[in-house]
Design a protein around this ligand. Sequence first.
Ligand code: MTE
Ligand code: LUZ
Ligand code: MOS
Length: 754
Amino acid sequence: MLNYDSIRHVKGESIFLDDFGAPAGTLHGAVFYSPEAHGKIISLDTSEAEKHPGVKAIITAKDIPGENQIGGIIQDEKLFADTEVEFIGEPVALVIADNPLAARKAAKKIKIEIVPLEVITDPKTAFEKGSLIIKQARVYSCGSTDEAWKNCDFIFKGTAETGGQEHLYLETQSALAIPLEGGSIKIISSTQNPTAIQRTAARVLAVSDNAIESEAMRLGGGFGGKEDQATAWAVMAALGCRITGKSVKIVLNRQEDMRLTGKRHPYVSDYKIGLSKGGKIISYEVVFYQNAGAAADLSPAILDRTLAHCTGSYFIPNVKAEGYSCKTNLPPNTAFRGFGGPQGMFVLEAAIFNAAEKMKMEPRVIQEINLLNEGDAFPYGQKTEFCKAKECWNEAKSKFDFDSVKRETDEFNEANKLFKKGFAVMPVCFGISFTNTMLNQASSLVHVYADGSVSVSTGAVEMGQGVNMKLRQVAALTFGISVDKVKSEFTNTTRNANTSATAASSGADMNGNATKLACGEILSRLKNHYRRAAKLSENEPVEIENGYVISCGKKTDVTWERLTASAYRNRIDLSAHGFYATPKIYFDPRTNKGNPFAYHVYGTAVITVTLDCLRGTYEIDSVKAVHDFGKSINPVIDRSQAEGAVMQGIGWLTLEEVVHNEKGRLISDTLSAYKVPDIGFTPKKIEFLFLENNDRNAGVFNSKAIGEPPFMYGIAAYFALVNAVKAANKNSDVKISAPMTPEKAFMNIYGEKK
Ligand code: MTE
Ligand code: LUZ
Ligand code: MOS
């Protein structure tokens, strides 16, 4: 029982990077960053800073031995700005001192002269000025919207906006680089992607990949914010290490982390939707303007997922979805749970909401009749398989009784003037796999020690989502032994090479499958060893169950430990490497057609809210969902992932508001200015019903990915609040612009209709 992350966390025993005993003499780095959102650098004066006590080095672009380039998808991001700055918070120099305070104080003494250039913060303005990350539009389409409009009884147009979101992982970005022999460097960092750090550090330092060992112990949360954006700090630490010959540690403080790192992408989107009288959606056009910030980062991949998920859980025969990654003078925005999917789905829900209002129907009627059926094709060509859209909806509809939710809400609103309730339903369908097919690969290195204990190393990074526990379970299930025998190791590039980020909710799926393969290999060697020793023929069934060998169906007295010790003495290899590449997926990025996802995850949630009409504040009364968990291998982890994700989704659309001023400065850069849901905001009731099934899918042991899909149930909270506002003032002209902060709810109740 002691061998659980949760218990270690509660006892304060878990080791995070900043707890890790850094080598004696470790130096500390502080980042000096651009105070201007756009401009030409005309001078940089570090002379005063150099004189500050304790300062050992000040590193700028000119000190980089290799390339000053950290871009992943597109090579458009410098480690340090040299001639131009494009956002406030863009790193310009790294001050290295013998303690963090001295480094930060010295950084304040650096002087930079910048000739300001025009600052753009809004994606549509960027689009109009031709400021784009990629010039061409990304377009996903099916059928013909041009043809379809004439078959529609109703056509509506509108705009929907969603805001940014701060990751607010408890552990801020941090890295420690330690010099090894022969010019090699070990980087330990809080990253979802150790391989990206290895490759980028090698490139910046002009060394080969094998000169960099990159490790992640466990993260105090990542949520996508450390998929790409842990790299810069880790590479800076490595560069500092190379230049000073000493270990270098960089730990951003909270405010630096909020100012310097990118967030969820805000979007502004224009839609046009066409329906039949009965509410069938016939045609849908949408243009997404994604606010990418000043560099590509993961924006193009995120835009792809927005486009892939723009039809949500619905079948729409005629679709044209266009997307632009707009370049603005903000920190590059990045991965965040859902990876553009939530932004895509939100717009269609806004369109359905708008249509329903004009057609005097309830949104849930339109939602229900358009749900995906088995075999329906998405605009990207893939057809649904084991589709659970209707099953989840119907189960939720009956278990949570949507009709009585409606009746109770109406009755409450009749009876109350100062408080109004609202509810909304949200079906989710989320594709599992990286949309970039190449990334869908994983490896596992399993050692069985002679005493029968097991060590599992994969590319999966533990960030609180419980992947380490799931991997231990996979090994234990495959071997037929107790989970206590198995340990998940820290993620390290010398044990697992060429790993993908732990992301796209597929960490447990892919690394679990690789682990199953590796364990299976060792298991078959062990079984053969037993057969030889017991003089059984090759075909006689030998199994291991609950730590004992079962021979020809009968339990023996040979324990797992005895078997492994004996195998060792007989010179049997007790280690194996498993490699998993998600089968049957492909995607052609030129036509945007293919089978990008291994499978889809489905569910339906209903959220009820109460709005205080005098204050604009609100409570989430309940979140109830039927969710397709597949055959869960760890229902406790899966349930808590679902609850955490939906809370994060609700936060995105309600309290959390990322605000920049017109100069590109982040205003919401403290926790007093940026509100996240806390325990007091937690819904009074959260109920997740498991739609269990044993469908064949690419999840390990037919489990299903859980990390991201429930995030999107949060969208129901937004529309529930809009309904509550409209119950308070039926003439309120609510602009669909998330988040619905209490201020906005208030203004929407009392604001003038234009
Ligand atoms: N849960 C916790 N506690 N902390 C996190 O940082 N990240 C989420 C999700 N759940 C996260 C989390 C995101 S964005 C993803 S993609 C998945 O976990 C990644 O892990 P998995 O692939 O193992 O599900
Ligand atoms: N990261 C990525 C992701 O690189 N590709 C994806 O498709 C993805 N999806 C979700 C989260 N992260
Ligand atoms: Mo999650 S956004 O895929 O890290």
